[in-house]
Design a protein around this ligand. Structure first.
Ligand code: ZN
Length: 323
């Protein structure tokens, strides 16, 4: 099923921590909402790298055994998945701790279906700086990783990453760079949100900034469609309709939200309480993609702009980077 007839819907990031097949079963929520492509998170810096490999094994097995889903490695494979009524999936990793300090792990993950990776999950690591840390910029290892990601065809993602590291990465990368799920600091002053100059630098690489639906990043625990649209409108005005997308970062409450909020509470270094005063987060649901499309039309945006925001822009960048 596709939302609004033929419109392509690309969700640049799902937020759940993938531990069991029950987590994967929640992908039906995105599929029911008309999402055509979802980037499924298989790891982040909070967990040891071996658990990322285990999550990949689980997700690859589930995807190949479960009707209605298709693992894709190239942007051109999306059309066949849509024609077959299948939701297309690729994997992403949030933080280069998953590389265990080894450059060859970039190609290893790419071989296993990872098509997007960001530098650091909130805290500094061997590659660069996190958004909730004292960012010292890209390290020599981080620079080598960018070159390797460009070589193998993996999207360089700057979400969760410190300001200086993002600016250096965007200057260094030979391919378009994305912020898969980063809202505007101009609208909501939170360290996870990005400055206008970061969004402008991203657009200058040919990349896309994805707006997320996480309560404290949209506003004051705001998961409303109107709140999300305010960030979309900000980026449309700032960087233009070819560079705005959506990465809602949804996770299903019934499956693992309580676990996740326990993780947040137990890891105050990764989620500083001053930045997450509620001790957890809430998130907008994939069903809101339809409302976002309607909201953009109601605000007078043309068809090409709406198509680009809903999925066309990320699809274009994926085609350029993945092949
Ligand atoms: Zn994230």
């Amino acid at each position: 099923m596709s939302l609004a007839g033929d419109r392509l819907v690309w969700d640049a990031h799902a937020g759940f921590e993938l531990n069991t097949t029950a987590d994967l079963d929640t992908l039906a929520i995105w599929k029911a909402a008309g999402v055509d492509f979802l980037s499924v998170n298989v790891g982040y810096d909070v967990i040891p790298w071996e658990r990322t490999v285990a999550a990949l094994a689980l997700a690859r097995d589930w995807t190949q055994r479960t009707a209605g889903y298709r693992l894709i490695g190239r942007a051109g494979e999306l059309a066949a998945a849509r024609a077959a009524g299948e939701m297309a999936i690729a994997f992403d990793i949030e933080g280069m701790a998953a590389l265990d300090g080894r450059l060859e792990m970039v190609r290893f993950y790419h071989d296993l279906g990872v098509r997007q990776m960001l530098f650091a999950y909130n805290l500094n690591n061997a590659a660069g700086g996190g958004c909730h840390d004292a960012d010292g910029g890209l390290t020599d290892f981080g620079r080598a990783v960018v070159a390797e990601m460009n070589a193998v065809g993996m999207l360089v993602d700057c979400s969760h990453t410190g300001h200086r590291t993002t600016m250096e990465a965007m200057e260094l990368s030979r391919a378009p760079v994305v912020f898969s799920h980063s809202n505007a600091r101009a609208l909501r002053n939170h360290e996870r949100n990005i400055l206008d100059e970061q969004a402008l630098a991203c657009a200058a690489t040919g990349g896309v900034v994805g707006v997320n639906g996480i309560g404290p990043f949209v506003g004051e625990d705001d998961i409303s469609t109107a709140g999300i649209l305010a960030h979309v409108e900000h980026y449309l005005a700032l960087i233009g309709p070819a560079h705005v997308g959506l990465g809602l970062d949804y996770f299903h409450v019934g499956a693992d939200a309580s676990d996740f909020n326990e993780t947040v509470a137990a890891n105050a270094r990764f989620w500083p309480p001053a930045q997450y005063p509620g001790g957890g987060v809430c998130c907008a649901a994939p069903a809101q993609f339809a409302e976002i499309a309607t909201g953009l039309a109601d605000r007078g945006h043309d068809q090409a702009t709406i198509d680009g925001v809903l999925g066309g822009n990320f699809h274009r960048v994926a085609a350029a980077v993945w092949g």
